[in-house]
Design a protein around this ligand. Structure first.
Ligand code: HEM
Length: 222
């Protein structure tokens, strides 16, 4: 325990924390998407799913607490590394802002992360907050599709569509950066993880994108 503290305070320790928490959040996103895809099967099934999750609320609360802790560690260490890199002028951050040839997704990690943070604040203060506070257990589907906070509102739809493209960019570079940090980049395990990572940086954002597109653009919130 005494040797882990100095490690986690070091630059490489903080990079490992960012990498591991990023991967853990991706696992949540896969689970979250799987649940949300049920919305395609209709109002009844979606409301039934949310009500089932309501029945295991204590467990959900523990998972939400773990998720919030994961996000706090991810964001605080990313911000620290970015500030440290700007101050020292060295390339210690997660984004290669100082390398002109680095890919766009890599040079903009801090920017895309900040936009995703704003998206998350809007997302939680609309969907999550309203799901928690409603007494009407048959209203969940309508909340996602209505014109107040749901995809019936074109501004909400545009926000989600844009945020999902940004999420894809952020996760694409995030995965390759995490593999480098964990020393796996040029190993055979790294190549396997790199191939699996496409599920997270392409299919997961595309799945969320499809929901916003289907309900917000193609069906006008229905
Ligand atoms: C089409 C896209 C999405 C839809 C329809 C959607 C829907 C929802 C809903 C309905 C809730 C409330 C669940 C409940 O309280 O039972 C929720 C919570 C949440 N969402 Fe999303 N979500 C989407 C995309 C995202 C994305 C891209 C992220 C992260 C980048 C995200 C992160 C979260 C978090 C952290 C929570 C709170 C934890 C939880 O209660 O599960 N969501 N979402």
């Amino acid at each position: 325990m005494s040797s882990i503290k100095p490690f986690l305070s070091s630059t490489i320790g903080k990079k490992v924390l960012v990498a591991v928490t990023g991967i853990l959040f991706c696992l949540f996103l896969l689970f979250h998407l799987t649940n949300n895809l049920i919305i395609y099967t209709g109002e009844e099934n979606f409301n039934f799913l949310v009500n089932s999750l309501e029945k295991i609320k204590p467990l959900i609360r523990v998972l939400e607490f773990a998720l919030a802790s994961i996000l706090i560690v991810h964001i605080s260490n990313s911000v620290y590394l970015t500030i440290q890199s700007k101050r020292s002028g060295s390339v210690t951050s997660l984004s290669d802002t100082k390398k002109p040839n680095a890919p766009l997704s890599s040079r903009t990690m801090f920017l895309t992360g900040s936009i995703l943070f704003i998206f998350l604040v809007v997302h939680l203060s609309t969907f999550w907050f309203n799901f928690q506070t409603t007494d009407d257990h048959s209203a969940y589907y309508n909340m996602v599709t209505n014109s107040a906070i749901g995809f019936g509102n074109i501004f909400i739809t545009i926000l989600y569509l844009t945020a999902m493209v940004i999420l894809g960019f952020h996760l694409k570079h995030g995965f390759s950066s995490a593999l480098q940090t964990l020393g796996l980049k040029d190993t055979s395990l790294g190549r396997v993880i790199n191939a699996v990572a496409i599920v997270f940086w392409l299919f997961v954002p595309a799945g969320f994108f499809s929901i916003a597109f289907w309900f917000g653009i193609l069906n006008g919130g229905k």
